[in-house]
Write a protein that binds this ligand. Structure first.
Ligand SMILES: [Zn+2]
Length: 125
């Protein structure tokens, strides 16, 4: 549930929304650790035009490479520059919840609005 994630709970109108996520650990052909992170679901944001809730599909799918240090991350990033991947510096305790939060936040549209927003802006209360 969205409400389980502190940062997401502030972002969304409906903290009871269900998000599905899946993280698989693995290695690429060259033995580098990576995570395949997928999130999907639907959340409600405030429509920036009428300020009423608008539901937005969340659909993220990313490969995350794990680096042991900042220097390691730089090396990985330049080695994998052409690929659509993300490198994160993960120490002993990788915070999966924050990885998932990032993924969800990144997959949101920059501007949330009803596709066909014909409502008048809500009056200020
Ligand atoms: Zn609207």
């Amino acid at each position: 549930m969205v409400g389980d994630f502190e940062r997401l709970a502030q972002e969304f109108v409906n903290p009871e929304a269900i998000l599905r996520y899946r993280i698989c650990g693995g290695q690429d052909a060259r033995g580098r650790s990576r995570l395949h992170c997928q999130v999907s679901g639907s959340v409600e944001l405030e429509c920036q035009r009428c300020l009423r809730p608008v539901s937005v599909a969340v659909d993220g799918d990313r490969l995350l490479y794990l680096a042991a240090s900042e220097a390691d991350a730089d090396r990985l990033e330049s080695a994998l520059a052409d690929e659509d991947i993300e490198v994160i510096v993960a120490g002993q305790n990788l915070d999966l919840a924050s990885v998932i939060e990032d993924e969800v936040l990144l997959s949101l549209p920059v501007v949330s609005m009803h596709e066909d927003c014909s409502m008048e802006p809500a009056a200020d209360v």
